[in-house]
Design a protein around this ligand. Structure first.
Ligand code: ARG
Length: 459
């Protein structure tokens, strides 16, 4: 049923109706539309536009409709243009055309949809935040289960310096906790209700937008009705944070994919979180991680598509804005699929700590420790860096590790390189020495994990 038609001699062409229709995706706003309609009925009554009896009848019909929507007894019909039209039809079926026809006074689908979309997104952001925290918990639990395991830290994917596996896993947890913080921070800006803005200019009927806002859980109502109906930065910002979550998951995913290869051999994936091949019987594939990596592209697309829709759009409402919802619905839906799978994959990884420990010093990852030891002997870093490089060259030429250089070989590189330097040529010594705030030393990492647990528990 259309909400307009008085000035038209004919109905819409089938092609227009098909193009215009949005119930196939906006039906999920129905429960929010009904809550907002109840709040709207109350402000209509307070403004003297509904009698007490009419208000009671209206709320009763809306409650029945809400129950029927919930049970599935009422749904959109082929002729309904959008969720708002469908629900007005449902209301009129239950309250009669006289009373049912009164609810639309003082509101427009423009302020309705902007409000309902915010309500849906705020709930969805809460669910996504919880899902992200489950991944954080899985990372912190794995870190806590391997408090002293070293691994080769990498830059440019090349061996760089040894770090604790727990430090590396905690780095991913920090990124995800910032995403949760972003969702909370976004919510503060999103908690403004456009209801009462009407089509664009506000209402002349003495309605109270602040009362509606409070009833719907918003902090306030829009200060500007044009901004209320036409702005979608709340949606774009949410799309960004959701894309950022996906990008952060994709970075974990890429590492798991590498780590599970025979060449790395850092981890074994649990059977419940890996897949087989239809032809190669031996295969155990990291599909969860690959889907995480792949879906990040999709969420970035949802963000860029929405920004492209908004670019250059004149004020106030334009129908282009109907295109705002599907990208966000999709981003949330994808993350709701992805987050539990990634949390499960991380929680069930088996780390091969012997392999990680064996590789930790490989590739001369202790060369920086040699240079810093020389600095502590008073050698300028520029010279120390050269000397440590000389040790690498000498060791590489002989096919041995830095700790295997003889006293004579060390002294030949630089006179300050006494046998005492061997004290820092162990992975454990190197890691323990990086004990300033933020460093990979075990004491610092233990503090970090405690902080992460506390932050996650209160987030
Ligand atoms: N379905 C529209 C949307 O999602 C709301 C309807 C506004 N339509 C209109 N002709 N003003 O944005």
């Amino acid at each position: 049923m259309a909400l307009w038609g008085g000035r038209f001699a004919s109905g819409p062409a089938d092609a227009l109706a098909a193009l215009s229709k949005s119930t196939q995706f906006d039906w999920r706003l129905a429960p929010y539309d009904l809550r907002a309609s109840m709040a709207h009925a109350r402000v209509l009554a307070r403004a003297g536009l509904l009698t007490d009896d009419e208000l009671a009848g209206m709320l009763d019909a809306l409650a029945k409709l809400a129950a029927d929507v919930e049970s599935g007894a009422f749904g959109p019909a082929p002729d309904d243009e959008d969720v708002h039209s469908a629900l007005e039809r449902g209301l009129i079926e239950r309250a009669g055309p006289e009373l049912g026809g009164k609810l639309r006074a003082g509101r427009s689908r423009n302020d309705q949809v902007a409000t309902l979309f915010r309500m849906w997104l705020r709930d969805a952001a809460g669910r996504v935040g919880t899902g992200v925290l489950d991944v954080v918990d899985a990372l912190v639990a794995q870190a806590g289960a391997h408090p002293d395991a070293p691994m080769p830290g990498r830059t440019h994917l090349q061996h760089a310096q040894p770090v604790l596996l727990a430090h590396h896993l905690a780095a991913h947890a920090h990124a995800l906790l910032r995403d949760v913080d972003r969702l909370r921070d976004w919510d503060r800006r999103a908690a403004v209700s456009p209801y009462g803005s009407g089509a664009l200019a506000g209402s002349s009927l003495g309605l109270d937008p602040e009362a509606v806002a409070a009833e719907l859980g918003f902090d306030s109502s829009s200060a500007n009705s044009i901004d209320g109906t036409a702005s979608r930065d709340f949606a774009a910002e949410a799309a960004f944070v959701l894309a950022m979550v996906a990008v952060d998951l994709s970075r974990i995913a890429e590492e798991v994919i590498l780590w599970a290869t025979a060449e790395f051999g850092y981890v074994t994936l649990d059977d419940a979180f890996s897949t087989g091949s239809s032809i190669m019987p031996q295969k155990k594939n990291p599909d969860v991680a690959e889907l995480a990596r792949g879906k990040a592209g999709r969420l970035i697309g949802n963000l860029s598509g929405l920004l492209a829709t908004l670019k250059g759009l004149p004020l106030a409402y334009n129908r282009d804005l109907q295109e705002d919802k599907e990208p966000l619905f999709d981003s949330v839906e994808q993350l709701e699929l992805l987050l539990p799978a990634v949390a499960g994959m991380v929680a069930t990884l088996t780390f091969h700590t012997d392999r990680l420990a064996e590789l930790a010093p490989a590739g001369f990852t202790l060369a920086t420790d040699v240079a810093e030891w020389l600095v502590r002997q008073g050698v300028p870093f520029r010279v120390a860096h050269e000397a440590a490089g000389g040790c690498v060259r000498a060791a590489e030429a002989r096919g041995v590790g830095l700790a295997d250089l003889t006293d004579a070989e060390l002294a030949a590189v630089h006179p300050s390189l006494t046998p005492d330097v061997r004290a820092v040529l162990t992975v454990a010594g190197s890691i323990a020495s990086r004990a300033a705030r933020g460093g990979t030393a075990g004491v610092r990492v233990a503090e970090q994990l405690a902080d992460l647990r506390a932050t996650a528990a209160t987030a």
